[in-house]
Ligand binder design. Structure first.
Ligand code: C5P
Length: 356
């Protein structure tokens, strides 16, 4: 019997808000985040094989792990455990065509995992519902469930507990890519260090100098310091009730949610916020130049995407995004740019013959 391969298209994400709360006992941070899927897509094809393999082509292909470390392979294995009858073969050849850069703060690995889940569910006719797939996704990585869902959604917990957000309109973005990636655990660890250093500074009382190096991190952009549209300390992050170790519980920005319903990028732009931005900037100080260049060139919102190092700029409309992309390229502050829009659908099977 010939089985037709299954191809799935899956989007990158940016976080319109990323409020990072206290470190939990399991090593993750309690989050409140607003995910937003954008039209920069990877494609993943699966077909039955004698043994599982993965082949990667496109952007940053050499940086994507092969074998069991690959998130798409792990996702296929997790789905096989959840849904494959005992004794049935679950070996698949996985082919990933990447446009989403690796370790860029755009959840490219999670996207490939989500695509593999949808593709294998189809290939094996496993029949898992969206909710069942989402449960498997949460076990593979914190952002995988969102890559299944797409659109605009609020994530809580590790980011895997999702609620669809009421967002209107289409938002046009320019993504500015950096040379080299950033490791997500390292960015969270830097965030913890900055917070600990700040706590020491606060405990030492007024007039005491902050620890060396902290000043630069504190000079975070207005974006980082505007969670929820209220002034908050860029290191402490979003305001809310105090959690463990004095770190506030993360709080959803109601101002952002209202702005998203207005379909007005000018209302959304100033409310973008990312508690990981000071940490990403402490590890990559040169990103400050990228963010400033975007703002000077007229972006109506500017932020580091997720754990970085990609910078995301919100434009007024499609034409403004094209102009901004050209100017940013000319400014020489990044390794490349991509224009995209959101929200877009999550991982979707592409009819045979339509993929490229
Ligand atoms: O779940 P995922 O593998 O995508 O997370 C990668 C890493 O990011 C985790 O191992 C953890 O260090 C960090 N992380 C975190 N808190 C979260 C999500 C991720 O500390 N809510």
């Amino acid at each position: 019997m010939t089985v037709t391969p299954v191809t799935v298209r899956v989007p990158a994400k940016v976080n319109l808000q990323l409020a990072v709360g206290p470190l939990r006992a399991d090593g993750y941070h309690e989050l409140v985040t607003v995910f937003h899927a954008v039209s920069l897509f990877d494609e993943v094809t699966v077909r039955p094989a004698d043994r599982t393999s993965v082949r990667v082509s496109g952007t940053d292909a050499a940086a994507v792990p092969a074998g069991r470390a690959n998130l798409a392979v792990r996702a296929a294995a997790a789905l096989a455990r959840a849904a494959r009858p005992r004794g049935a073969s679950s070996a698949v050849a996985i082919e990933i065509r990447k446009r989403i850069p690796v370790a860029a703060g755009l959840a490219g690995g999670s996207a490939d995992a989500a695509a593999a889940l949808v593709a294998c569910n189809e290939l094996w006719q496993a029949g898992l519902s969206a909710a069942e797939l989402s449960a498997v996704a949460a076990g593979v990585g914190s952002d995988v469930a969102f890559a299944l869902l797409g659109g605009t959604a609020v994530g809580r917990g590790r980011g895997e507990q999702l609620t669809v957000a009421l967002a209107a309109g289409t938002y046009h973005w320019v993504l500015a890519f950096s040379p080299g990636g950033l490791s997500t655990p390292e960015v969270y660890a830097a965030c913890d260090r900055l917070r600990a250093a700040r706590a020491v500074g606060v405990a030492a009382g007024p007039g005491r100098a902050r620890p060396p190096g902290l000043g630069a991190a504190l000079g975070a952009s207005p974006v980082a310091s505007s969670a929820g549209g209220r002034a908050v300390d860029p290191v402490a992050g979003s305001s809310g009730g105090e959690g463990a170790a004095g770190v506030p519980e993360p709080r959803l920005s109601t101002e952002l949610m209202v702005a998203l319903r207005s379909a007005d990028p000018a209302a959304v732009g100033p409310l973008l916020s990312n508690d990981l931005q000071p940490a990403a900037l402490s590890l990559r100080p040169e990103l400050r130049r990228t963010l400033s260049a975007g703002r000077e060139l007229g972006a109506i919102g500017a932020m580091v995407s997720g754990s970085g190092p990609t910078c995301a700029f919100l434009a007024a409309d499609a034409r403004h995004a094209r102009d901004l992309a050209v100017s940013l390229t000319g400014a020489g502050v990044c390794r490349g740019v991509a224009g995209c829009h959101g929200p877009v659908h999550g991982a979707t099977v592409i009819p045979a013959g339509e993929h490229g």
